[in-house]
Design a protein around this ligand. Structure first.
Ligand SMILES: [Zn+2]
Length: 91
């Protein structure tokens, strides 16, 4: 069970306010004690901020998917509680 991966998969929905009411507290709580997930959320804010500035009118739907995929990859490549190493596969 990898909490960070669970959270990462929901960060987009959380940020957009599309998360289930039952899941939101779980994300909020996790973000309070997990700096790496908070980083991920902030990083997503920055990315989308830039995207909005670059394409203020019509954002292709693929962009959102790529954002999501990127978050997933970053979460998968980042160990939740350690500074280094690929320990994410240890579930
Ligand atoms: Zn986390």
């Amino acid at each position: 069970m990898n909490l960070c991966r669970e959270v990462a998969e929901r960060l987009l929905a959380y940020r957009d306010g599309e998360l289930e009411e039952t899941e939101e507290p779980f994300i909020k709580e996790h973000l309070q004690y997990c700096p790496s997930c908070l980083d991920l959320l902030n990083g997503y804010d920055e990315v989308c901020d830039v995207l909005h500035r670059l394409q203020p009118v019509n954002m292709p739907s693929g962009v959102l998917e790529r954002c999501r995929e990127r978050l997933r990859r970053e979460a998968a490549g980042e160990p939740p509680l350690h500074d280094h190493g690929d320990s994410c596969s240890a579930e």
